[in-house]
Design a protein. Structure first.
Length: 274
C-alpha cells in the first residue's frame, strides 16, 4: 500500500572508542559526514559503497537475499555476555550509570540487572518462543533485537505479537496490552518494527535456525512467525530512526556483532521488501 512520507530524522553517528571498552560514556552525536544525504524516497549512507555494496540497486526478494548475505556475517555473543553489552548499547544518554528500558522508557541503574522485582532483564523483541530458539547463541543472543526491560513489564509482554490496542499497566510508559497482543509506547514503535524485520532478514533457515518471517497474525504461538506486519510497517513510517537507535546500531556494529540493522540505515528498504 502507498505510504505517507514524513520528515526523516536519520543521522550518522560517531562513536567514542572508550564506550566499547568500559560502557560508561555515550558516544557523541555528530553531523552527517560529507556524502550522507536523504531524499523523499531513499537515503544514502557512508556504508553504501562498502558494507551495503551488494544490496544497492536491488529491490524485493533480490534485496532481501542480498541483505541476508551481508548481515549474516557477524560475531555471535553468549547469552551471559549480553548483560554487559546492553549496558553499553542502551546506556542513558543523560546518565552513564543507567540504561533506558525499552517499553517503559524508564532510566534504571545498570547494576539492577537480574530477575527480581525492580530489576531489568533481557527482552527478546522477536519473542524467543516464536521459532523456539530460546537463548542459545544465535537468534537468542542477537543484540539487534535484545533490549533492557523491567522484569514485570517483560513478563506482561510475554510472547505476544505486536498490534494496536489494549489497556495500560503499571510502569508501561504508555505501552498497552490485551489478551493476544502488545503495543509499545509511541517513541519506540518504529524501533520494535525494525528489530522484528531485521530478524526476518537475518534468519532465513539456512544456518541451523528457523526461517523467521513476519505475517499479519496475532496468534502465532510457537510458529517462526511474528505479527502484525501491516501494523509494524505503519509504526516504522510513523516513528523513523532516532539518534538513540542510530547510535545503538553503530555500537553493535563497531564493538560487538560487526553487523548492522539495514532498516535503520535505509528505512525505505522496508517498503521495497514488504
Amino acid at each position: 500500500m502507498p505510504v505517507t512520507l514524513i520528515r526523516r530524522r536519520w543521522k550518522t553517528v560517531a562513536l567514542a572508542a572508550s564506550a566499547a571498552l568500559v560502557g560508561l560514556t555515550v558516544p557523541a552525536l555528530t553531523a552527517p559526514p560529507a556524502g550522507a544525504a536523504t531524499t523523499a524516497g531513499a537515503s544514502t549512507t557512508p556504508y553504501d559503497d562498502t558494507y551495503y555494496a551488494g544490496a544497492i540497486g536491488k529491490t524485493g526478494p533480490a534485496l532481501k537475499d542480498a541483505l541476508h548475505t551481508i548481515i549474516s556475517d557477524q560475531t555471535k555473543l553468549s547469552y551471559s555476555a549480553v548483560w554487559n553489552a546492553l549496558k553499553v548499547t542502551d546506556q542513558d544518554p543523560n546518565n552513564s550509570g543507567n540504561v533506558i528500558l525499552l517499553y517503559s522508557g524508564i532510566s534504571r541503574s545498570k547494576s539492577l540487572n537480574g530477575g527480581d522485582t525492580g530489576d531489568w532483564n533481557r527482552e527478546h523483541v522477536w519473542a524467543k518462543s516464536h521459532g523456539d530458539f530460546g537463548t542459545s547463541t544465535g537468534p537468542g543472543t542477537d543484540l539487534h533485537h535484545l533490549r533492557p526491560e523491567d522484569v514485570r513489564v517483560n513478563s506482561i509482554r510475554g510472547n505476544k505479537d505486536f498490534d494496536n490496542g489494549g489497556s495500560s499497566f503499571t510502569d508501561g510508559g504508555g505501552s498497552l496490552t490485551d489478551s493476544n497482543s502488545f503495543e509499545p509506547r509511541d517513541a519506540v514503535k518504529g524501533d520494535v518494527a525494525r528489530m522484528v524485520l531485521y530478524m526476518a532478514v537475518r534468519y532465513e533457515g539456512t544456518d541451523g535456525w528457523p526461517d523467521l518471517e513476519p505475517n499479519d497474525s496475532v496468534t502465532n504461538g510457537t510458529s517462526p512467525y511474528h505479527g502484525r506486519l501491516s501494523v509494524l510497517k505503519q509504526w516504522h513510517e510513523q516513528d523513523p530512526p532516532s539518534a538513540f537507535e542510530e547510535r545503538r546500531n553503530e555500537v553493535i556494529y563497531d564493538s560487538y556483532q560487526h553487523n548492522r540493522n539495514p532498516f535503520i540505515d535505509h528505512p525505505e528498504w522496508v517498503e521495497s521488501i514488504w
